[in-house]
Design a protein around this ligand. Structure first.
Ligand code: NAD
Length: 471
């Protein structure tokens, strides 16, 4: 049993004013593994005050000082990568492929932002005016459970690179991971108040941060529903917002694709992080001429997936994070059946042989059209839809007919053909043939998948105010 009863304010681990206790579970066993004491609005105010106090000195640091700080943060997080991976496995149950990627990626996020500012001119000349790009002030960050350490490090690295000070409210469900990370960040010797971490509920600590007059900007990753309420709350004081929200990514298999390679990618990105990924490719658009072959290959590939406790490195699909999330995914499987879609493989209930843990059967629906709820709403579990199309224009139209526009995928044997299709997709990112992650490329969504871009050069600019001095 792990007890987390401290939050991090002004360079110290302190006991929160809030007294509410929140239980933490291992989703693979449903056992209670810990408890976190949550902060409240008083704690959120104290964290903002610390960040405000630290801002004048930190915002005047030189580029070289910030680069040195980001490098120290990288080293401190990299030194804890095993502990971070262990916490993520126990508290979250993500497959080892995602756990290992996340632990390494989290540390590297600091180095990549150091490199970004190295090449960035904070003072520019435009039409004879001197243009200075100023850090905005105190940044409040709010992050989800499905990418806890990655979200914290990405948001922190960007804010610090820009010269802003920082308060984060991570997901209350990820407190063990947050604690390990906070200890690592503390060891990097960041000046007190420059970053602060307050565990707490969204409607308490999150709400305080998004309405506090001393917060200049909110950077939020989470659901579209909460993103809307944050944007409303931020409007009163004209806070700048970056919103990274939900997705319902299309994966277009073009008729010329190598079907075996395409299906391997479709399965990889569809069931990414056990399907609990905003960027998952959950609508598989299949050419009708090749549909029987694609369905056959999909069925075989899903049957070969291993579902189970992610301490086993062979596991491809781990548990859902909570009972609530398990219920939600089961409900969507029922909705799909009621809407008239057919289950190609998977279905309701736990996979055979697993009688505890929040495990879901990896499920593929066929006979889906793009108006069904399972094709329009974000399920956030290992449940994919196959939607047939007759020609390329129809495939593009179906892909774009979505309230979301975060990340889409194209599978083709001809890269130029894939690019022509990609350029017509209303998505913030399009990945061709399973191309590797490019962390510094802009990341963010069209439409209701969000506002702005996170991380890298575009994310940096979203933390800067622009002042022009003429004459
Ligand atoms: P969520 O929206 O329920 O919660 C996200 C965070 O917001 C949590 O820390 C929560 O405590 C907080 N929150 C809740 N209510 C709040 C309020 N009224 N004011 C302020 N903060 C509040 O999302 P979740 O279930 O934690 O995460 C899953 C969602 O996140 C999915 O929709 C997924 O697509 C999305 N997501 C998006 C990205 C992206 O980069 N676009 C990345 C990861 C996850």
């Amino acid at each position: 049993m792990r007890t987390i009863d401290k939050i991090y304010i002004d360079g110290q681990f302190v006991t929160p004013h809030g007294q509410e206790l929140f239980d933490l579970f291992n989703p693979a066993t449903e056992e209670k593994i810990g408890q976190v004491r949550l902060g409240d609005a008083v704690d959120a105010k104290a964290a903002v005050a610390a960040a405000k106090h630290a801002f004048p000195a930190y915002s005047r640091t030189s580029k070289a000082e910030r680069i040195a700080l980001l490098r120290r943060l990288h080293d401190a997080v990299a030194a804890r990568s095993d502990a971070l991976a262990a916490a993520m496995t126990q508290e979250y149950g993500a497959p080892q492929s995602f756990v290992n990627f996340s632990a390494t990626h989290a540390a590297n996020l600091f180095l990549d932002m150091a490199e970004t500012i190295e090449a960035f001119e904070f003072t520019q000349t435009v039409g004879g005016a001197k243009v200075t790009l100023q850090p905005m002030g105190v940044v409040a960050a709010i992050s989800p459970w499905n990418s806890n350490i990655g979200s914290i490090c990405s948001k922190l690295a960007t804010a610090l690179a820009a010269g802003c000070t920082f308060v984060i409210k991570p997901s209350e469900m990820s407190a063990i991971q947050t604690q390990v990370l906070a200890e690592a960040l503390h060891e990097a010797g960041v000046p007190p108040g420059v970053f602060n971490i307050v565990n707490g509920r969204g409607d308490v600590v999150g709400a305080e941060l998004t309405s506090h007059p001393d917060v200049a900007k909110v950077t939020f990753t989470g659901s579209t529903a909460v993103g809307r309420s944050i944007m409303r709350a931020a409007a009163d004081t004209m806070k700048r917002v970056t919103l990274e929200l939900g997705g319902k990514g299309a994966n277009i298999i073009l008729p010329d694709a190598d079907i075996d390679a395409a299906v391997s990618t479709v399965i990889g990105v569809g069931f990414l992080n056990s399907g609990q990924a905003c960027i998952a490719g959950t609508r598989i658009l299949a050419p009708r001429s090749r549909l029987p072959l694609i369905l056959d290959r999909l069925k075989t590939a899903v049957a070969a997936l291993k579902v189970g406790e992610s301490t086993d490195p062979a596991v491809n699909v781990g548990p859902m994070v909570s009972q609530k999330q398990w219920d939600r995914v089961q409900n969507y499987i029922r909705v799909g059946i009621e809407e008239g879609a057919q289950v190609l493989i998977g279905g309701e209930g736990r996979p055979a042989g697993l009688d505890r843990g929040w495990f879901v059967q990896p499920t593929i629906f066929t006979g889906v059209n793009n108006t069904m709820r399972i094709a329009r709403e974000e399920i956030f579990g290992p449940v994919l839809c196959v939607i047939p199309y007759d020609d390329e224009d129809e495939a593009i139209a179906i892909a774009n007919d979505s309230p979301y526009g975060l990340q889409a995928y194209v599978e083709s044997a001809d890269p130029r053909h894939a690019h022509r299709v990609a350029e017509q997709l209303e998505f913030g990112r399009v990945v061709i043939n399973g191309a590797p992650h490019a962390p510094l490329a802009p990341f963010g969504g069209f439409k209701q998948s969000g506002i702005g871009r996170e991380y890298g050069r575009y994310g940096l600019e979203a933390h800067l105010e622009v002042r022009a001095i003429l004459g």
